[in-house]
Design a protein around this ligand. Structure first.
Ligand SMILES: Cc1ncc(COP(=O)(O)O)c(C=O)c1O
Length: 404
């Protein structure tokens, strides 16, 4: 097949577009991972990550996809037969549950309709009725990438506290870290699970655990078998910038650049940018007369939007029209919502015009595919984006006139 001209629009909710700066950083020659130059790199990225996770504690880096970091969180802290409280918020929560069961954990599952996040009241009720304190961990996916629903982590923490329950709190931030506000320490999380290929703007291949003091303490009694994932194997060499096995050196070059880019923009600005693009996207979806999968506006995701197809229309047929006509990849419906939704990724290295192009591709494809819709989605998004900029411009003028 001939290479289409222009660039491919990779608008799935991760892996995301890797900026040129990061690609160039990764293109440097690989160095000795036991030498002094590597030690400086290791220390810099391990330290820099603390800012991204908003933690003073250790963050470990695995050369693995996010699934590895899911497993690491469980095997370092729990014992076969332990109960864990999980919530059926979507496809990724379901996969984490399967992983936990395969490890020999007993999962207490709160069922869900894949349109809502974790209900803090349900957390409190479940923990309050667990008088024997058999539940050892509460596991929540912060941003369900399959549904575009973001659970309210501080409220879940408050629910655990109200129940006065000692369970550990594990949060998967694979599609929220560095795109949606997240604070490991302030929100009292024990293990944060994350991956490289979304808000961090890196290729797939790295995953992370941020670890609280309570989680570290749990390793002393945790009975699940572990070797590759063992935090204690990591933390010793990490203190000098090294790893217990061959690290993904070139991905770490990229990570160093990604952390620099996030710091240059400022995390608060990164979050505000994602919020703004998500709001513009929702305005487009509403103008098209289509429905958001997320049913609760308190839980709208800022990194992706999942859109329900009208009855009788297949989302994958639509995505094929988008790819064939406009060389753009949108996210597919996963698991229970396969064929029913498509997902627009608006996270990572992304700006107003990337969003305008993405939405234009969707709107044109709705017409090409004959999907019933109203026109004007792109316009609604542009009005929002330009309106905000106009307001910002006026504010700057006002500020300048006051200053002069
Ligand atoms: C929220 C969430 N959790 C876990 C995973 C699994 O990560 P990986 O596919 O990198 O193993 C993903 C992947 O997209 C995800 O979005």
């Amino acid at each position: 097949m001939a290479q289409p001209s222009g660039r491919h629009f990779l608008q799935i909710p991760g892996p995301t577009n890797v900026p040129d700066r990061i690609l160039r950083a990764m293109g440097r020659p690989t160095i000795d991972h036991r030498g002094p130059e590597f030690a400086a790199l290791g220390q810099e990225v391990l330290q820099g990550l603390k800012g991204v996770f908003q933690t003073a504690g250790p963050v470990v880096i695995y050369p693995a996809s996010g699934t590895g970091a899911w497993e690491a969180a469980l095997v370092n802290t729990l014992t076969p037969g332990d109960h864990v409280l999980m919530f059926e918020t979507g496809h990724f929560a379901t996969l984490w549950r399967q992983l936990a069961e395969r490890l020999g954990l007993t999962v207490d599952l709160v069922p869900g309709d894949w349109r809502r996040g974790v209900d803090p009241a349900a957390v409190e009720a479940k923990l309050a009725e667990d008088r024997a304190q058999t539940i050892k961990a509460v596991c929540v996916v912060h941003n369900e990438t399959s549904t575009g629903v973001a659970s309210r982590i501080p409220e879940v923490r408050a629910a655990i506290d109200r129940a006065q329950h000692p369970a550990l709190f594990f949060v998967d931030t694979i599609s929220s870290l560095a795109s949606i506000d997240y604070r490991h320490d302030a929100w009292g999380v024990d293990v944060t699970v994350a991956g490289s290929q979304k808000g961090l703007m890196l290729p797939p291949g790295l995953s992370f655990n941020a670890i609280s003091a309570k989680a570290l303490e749990a390793t002393e009694t945790a009975g699940l078998s572990r070797s590759y994932w063992d935090w204690s194997e990591m933390l010793g060499p990490n203190s000098k910038g090294f790893f217990p096995y061959t690290p993904a050196t070139n991905l770490l070059y990229g990570l160093k650049e990604a952390i620099a880019m996030l710091n240059e923009e400022g995390l608060a600005n990164v979050f505000a940018r994602h919020n703004r693009h998500a709001e513009a996207t929702r305005r487009a979806v509403r103008a098209w007369g289509l429905e958001l999968l997320c049913a609760d506006q308190r839980e709208y995701s800022s990194s992706l939007t999942a859109v329900l197809m009208p009855a009788g229309q297949d989302a994958d047929t639509f995505r094929k029209v988008v790819l064939d006509n406009y060389d753009m990849s949108l996210g597919s419906g996963l698991g229970k919502v396969a064929g029913k939704v498509f997902r627009i990724g608006h996270l990572g290295d992304f700006n107003d015009l990337t969003l305008a192009g993405t939405l234009a591709g969707v709107e044109m494809s709705l017409a090409v595919a004959g999907v019933p819709h109203a026109k004007g989605g792109v316009q609604a998004a542009m009005d929002f984006l330009a309106g905000r900029n106009a307001a910002l411009g006026e504010n700057l003028e006002l500020r300048d006139s006051l200053a002069s």
